[in-house]
Design a protein around this ligand. Structure first.
Ligand code: FEO
Ligand code: CA
Ligand code: CA
Ligand code: CA
Length: 600
């Protein structure tokens, strides 16, 4: 049939309809299964999850809350077994506990919160005939929580700005928080971004510190009230603890005894993620977005070169690559007259939102390139350094990743409802709409395709929204044939080179559920965006892993809609009946277990 002739490899499926169901919806001919749910035990002897009898001790050894990023590191050529790593971005106590008293959480509830953050590492296996990965107990299984020691590395390690009464060395931090997206490094470790760390620290108001304000650390009491049970969350008592979060962390899932690392050379901001590519000469490049309205896109180039091979020694060496090099921030320029970028999202005269840009150096090792700031200050207060060099304010830079074949860099710019508001910056060519609710997807082409280049070309591949809306753009493709999309968050690639995008806040499109989309990047089908799956009410789709035969996604915060709580759940996914919703990982595969999106 005609549709088969036209569908590019890997995308031959009938798109699912946008919907508001309390279910994961997959295309006809596809099956699904839950891989792991919040509370599922990761070690022998750990109690099964019991919503009404939770303990911190159990949560320390169970799958955490609100999984966001996920990766599967294959352990065999067929992908029948692998090490799965997921982040647990944040806790929502009113969904986790019945009759939760937000003014007076108990100590046990707070400690459950600490244990429900961080990451989970565990073995997954599936049979030859099914895509249904299931967790197994194994030597790899590990929970990283707010109680796990991390080593601080790079040029700001040991800085006075990182010292606390518990850690006078400024080199050892307990835990990681608000881990949003992440990346798999070419050497088989996991990077994870500490994102909205600001919300965990109390008593900023009394401190009158513009450096706190610049990071959105404000107020007196925090929502979770952790400061009542550990002084490290109280800025009045431990003013530097906040500087120990907001980093890129790296963990080695192959070695459960390894100490996770915080890499200060990548700067401190609300890291969505970091993703690494290898330059022709073996140096490595990491891209990272600061996910907040009007924040920046960063690039790091290492000094050292990658060591190939899978040995532990090679991984140990490669885990030092992000500790020395140069940190840059992106400055984007449009090539159309400013008056053509009028905030309505109408395409400019040259038919494209496009232009050029440069990577502006901020610091390299102990050397600062920012007037008035030491290198240590640049790393710890990176946002302020980027302000000073006139970096380009973007619409919430989320996931950023390099296409493995073309080298083009893809960045999801989620949305920015404040653009153009009073006192705020208006439209610019890379951020061409005011009150931007639906976001855009940016392509960056480094000069001559060189990963080490300090200049680049860029263009917007997608300007998201309802395709019926004239201010949307789908790579030039016929808009009557594409799926609506809002708020792109994570990006991934399949083995055919197609881009996959998961969304956070499709609700901006008439309350629709979030989803995962596939789209070709080349040829006549470029821009033909198709909705592959949707997640239940109130959930966000994240952490897509696109395999040859299996897609997995994290279903984060199912049922998180206004007015809902554990006493009044808005979703019963995945357990059904009148159960409480549980953030989970879900696997999707094709009936007959054929290759995904292939003809026949
Ligand atoms: Fe946690 Fe940037 O999404
Ligand atoms: Ca242009
Ligand atoms: Ca995200
Ligand atoms: Ca997001």
């Amino acid at each position: 049939p005609e549709t088969h002739e036209r569908a590019p490899r890997g995308l031959d499926f009938t798109p699912v309809e946008v919907n508001t169901k309390d279910a994961v919806v997959v295309p006809e001919g596809y099956q699904q299964g839950v891989v792991i749910r919040w509370g599922d035990p990761l070690f022998p002897g750990v109690p099964e999850f019991d919503f009404d009898h939770q303990t911190a001790a159990a949560q320390e050894k169970q799958f955490g809350y609100n999984c966001d990023f996920a990766a599967i590191l294959p352990l065999d050529a067929l992908g029948l077994s692998g090490i799965m790593v997921t982040n647990h971005e944040y806790t929502t106590e009113s969904f986790m506990f019945r009759s939760y008293d937000s003014a007076n959480p108990t100590e046990e509830q707070v400690k459950i919160g600490w244990a429900a953050h961080g990451l989970s590492v565990f073995l997954v296996k599936r049979s030859m005939f099914s895509g249904h990965y299931r967790p197994r107990f194994s030597k790899y299984n590990r929970r990283i929580t707010l109680n796990t020691p991390f080593e601080v590395r790079g040029p700001a390690a040991g800085s006075d700005l990182l010292k606390t009464s518990v850690d006078p060395t400024g080199k050892r931090v307990f835990g990681t928080i608000n881990n949003c997206s992440g990346g798999v490094t070419p050497w088989g470790t996991i990077l994870s971004g500490e994102e909205n760390f600001n919300q965990y620290f109390a008593n900023a108001d009394g401190r009158n510190d513009p450096r706190l304000t610049r990071y959105g650390v404000k107020g007196t009491e925090t929502t979770r009230k952790w400061e009542r049970f550990d002084k490290r969350w109280d800025l009045a008592q431990e003013p530097n603890e906040v500087n120990r979060f907001g980093w890129i962390v790296e963990i080695d899932p192959h070695d459960p005894d390894s100490t996770p690392v915080k890499h200060t050379h990548l700067g401190r901001f609300k890291h969505e993620t970091a993703n690494v590519r290898i330059a022709d000469d073996g140096r490595v490049v990491a891209y990272s977005g600061d996910d907040e309205r009007f924040e920046y896109i960063y690039k790091f180039i290492s000094k050292g070169k990658v060591k190939h091979g899978n040995s532990k020694a090679a991984r140990r060496h490669n885990m030092t690559l992000l500790d020395d090099g140069t940190l840059y921030v992106g400055r984007f320029k449009g090539d159309s007259p400013v008056e053509e970028i009028d905030g309505t999202g109408k395409l400019p005269g040259d038919g494209k939102f496009d232009g050029t840009g440069e990577w502006v150096p901020l610091a390299s090792g102990k050397r600062s390139f920012v007037p008035g700031m030491t290198a240590e200050e640049v790393y710890v207060f990176t946002r302020i350094a980027a302000d000073k060099v006139g970096a380009t304010k973007m619409d919430r830079p989320e996931d950023i990743e390099t296409h493995p074949r073309t080298g083009t860099v893809y960045c999801a710019l989620s949305n920015n409802v404040e653009r153009g508001n009073e006192g705020k910056e208006g439209a610019t060519e890379p951020n061409p709409r005011v009150q931007n609710r639906h976001g855009q997807v940016l392509e960056i082409v480094e000069r001559r395709g060189d990963a080490l280049a300090l200049t680049f070309g860029w263009n917007l591949f997608l300007v998201c929204g309802d395709p019926k809306d004239p201010n949307t753009y789908f790579g030039g493709y016929d808009k009557s044939k594409v799926s609506p999309i809002s708020s792109p968050d994570n990006v991934a690639f399949d083995r055919h080179g197609n881009l996959w995008i998961s969304t956070d806040s499709a609700g901006a499109l008439d309350g629709l559920n979030d989803g995962l989309y596939g789209v070709p990047l080349e040829g006549k089908e470029r821009g033909h965006l198709k909705l592959f799956l949707t997640v239940p009410r109130g959930a966000e789709t994240c952490g897509p892993v696109i395999g040859e035969r299996v897609v997995t996604v994290c279903v984060q915060h199912p049922g998180e809609v206004d007015g809902a709580s554990a006493d009044n759940p808005a979703s019963h996914w995945p357990d059904g009946g009148d159960s409480q919703p549980r953030p989970s990982v879900v696997a999707v595969w094709r009936e007959g277990h054929r290759q995904l999106g292939e003809i026949g």
